[in-house]
Design a protein around this ligand. Sequence first.
Ligand code: SAH
Length: 395
Amino acid sequence: MKQLILKPGREKSLLRRHPWVFSGAVARVQGDPEAGDSVALRAAGGEFLAWAAYSPASQIRARVWSWEEKERIDGDFLRARLRRALGARERLLSADDSDALRLAHGESDGLPGVIADRYGDVVVLQLLSAGAERWRSELADAVRELTGCACVFERSDADVRALEGLPAKSGVLHGALPAAGVQLREHGLAYGVDVAAGHKTGFYLDQRDNRKRIGALARGREVLNCFCYTGGFTLNALAGGAKSVLSVDSSADALAQAQENLCRNELDAARAEWQDADVFKYLRALRDQGRSFDLVVLDPPKFAPTAAFAEKAARGYKDINLLALKLLRPGGLLASFSCSGGVSAELFQKILAGAALDAGVDASIVGHFAAAADHPVLLSFPEGDYLKGLLLRRG
Ligand code: SAH
């Protein structure tokens, strides 16, 4: 029997249905499991707790597949979990919102380490844990069958794979990518998506609702969109009637895709300005030029993957937010995001309070942002609540 016996008292988090077992909680490993094998988790006294995927290289030594002792972890089990995830998304989005959707969101869908994003007829699969890796072909088959999509493409090349001792992998698992490229429509806007080389699975689906809100706030405003990637907030602001949008990113590829996305839509390119620059430096340049804006969006990459990086991340967030607040005209809005799992919503708000204080401006919270509904947060897994944002109004 392959099993992990926990140290006394270390079953508490599992009894609260938190799906991770850290290495320090494990007393003994029995039955010589290999990476990705299913193991029974047992309390020190021998009681069954859960079935989990074993990951000997990771600090997260095991991730729970099921709390039911009678369950068998196999292709049928995974198919049922995926079917449940798909069912949970029915009627979350209206058809005119988007044709792109996160179908499976890892732990929060009972599928630790499994991400599946749908872009029209293409599903991009990310396998981020040893357990997910073990079931690659079963997962790919189930995704194809349940969605009927022509292509399943794998993007298992996120940094977190290294923590699981897994090499980066990327490529077609079923079918072929469409010759004309992958596209999506969201809030009436069209985007090209580079599923092979873009960030994450190609697009930041989690920001869907927030892009719409920015569009609704943009009318008549001079907008600065920092960390613009392929232009999501930019296009929504232009479509929403922004007077102008200055978009900044340090990736030439992302900016090229963003400009192509602008051309795909009937938007006035004359109102858009693009800047290839490091935001940290460029905000200072804008300050020195005496520029000001009515709406600033800050959507930086993850500064703190875990809480261990929180302090360094806090300095980064404070720096850009302080500069952004100074660039705002009185009454202007700052939409400021953090996708760092290691920075809580509470800490993020404190960082922004410090930034406003040091910038010498009064600011109020006039809105909160979170990930879209196809990125659920299981209540027993608060780590899933990574994307947070505040809408601030400068006094
Ligand atoms: N708002 C986007 C997603 C932003 S992702 C959307 O809705 O689609 C973060 C972006 O920040 C990436 O495009 C990355 O290229 C860019 N980036 C990372 N570090 C940067 C820096 N120091 N200066 C400018 N851009 C940076």
